[in-house]
Design a protein around this ligand. Structure first.
Ligand code: SF4
Ligand code: FES
Length: 162
């Protein structure tokens, strides 16, 4: 933000201000994710006085570059559409109380539900490359979340080998 206020090149020549995404400024939306001092993380929670100087900023490399530090994270949202990672509801209705959940189920589901589609997991994953079709951990963890709501399959007598 300081560079944005006075954008100059290393030679001191005035240049265009850098571009990056940000929305929540409290590490909830994931839009400000970039590579800071070689590590992918959210920029809004990277406190400048806690970082080694000089600070290096790079865009994530697993997503198409839009400009400067802005990338197009659209493929993650496409992946969420592919796995249908949402509750189909149109409007607000009184659905009554949901099924009761055991505390250990809640703990697992809560962690999985905190994905903010930031892209860090795709950035660091060696399996996410242009040569693979792997959609990445973000969408897979939502599949895991939604599958925890499926009833456990019944064991059939024919499944027993003992
Ligand atoms: S699962 Fe991936 S996209 Fe979701 S919050 Fe974690 S690192 Fe970010
Ligand atoms: S601006 Fe939302 S996570 Fe940083």
């Amino acid at each position: 933000m300081q560079i944005q206020r006075n954008p100059v090149t290393a030679e001191g020549k005035t240049t265009t201000p850098p571009a990056w995404d940000a929305a929540c400024l409290e590490e909830v939306c994931g839009s400000c994710t970039m590579v800071i001092n070689g590590k992918v993380r959210q920029a809004c929670s990277a406190l400048i006085d806690k970082l080694a100087q000089p600070v290096s900023l790079q865009p994530m490399k697993k997503f198409p570059l839009v400009r400067d530090l802005t990338v197009d994270r659209g493929k993650m949202f496409d992946a969420l559409r592919r796995v249908r990672a949402w509750i189909p509801i149109d409007g607000t209705y009184d659905l009554g109380p949901g099924p009761r959940q055991a505390p250990e189920e809640q703990e697992l589901r809560y962690v999985l539900s905190t994905c903010m589609t930031c892209g860090c997991c795709l950035e660091v994953c060696p399996q996410v490359t242009p040569a693979t079709q792997f959609i990445g951990a973000a969408a897979i963890s939502q599949v895991r979340l939604f599958n925890t709501h499926r009833p456990a399959p019944r064991t059939r007598a024919s499944d027993c080998t003992g």
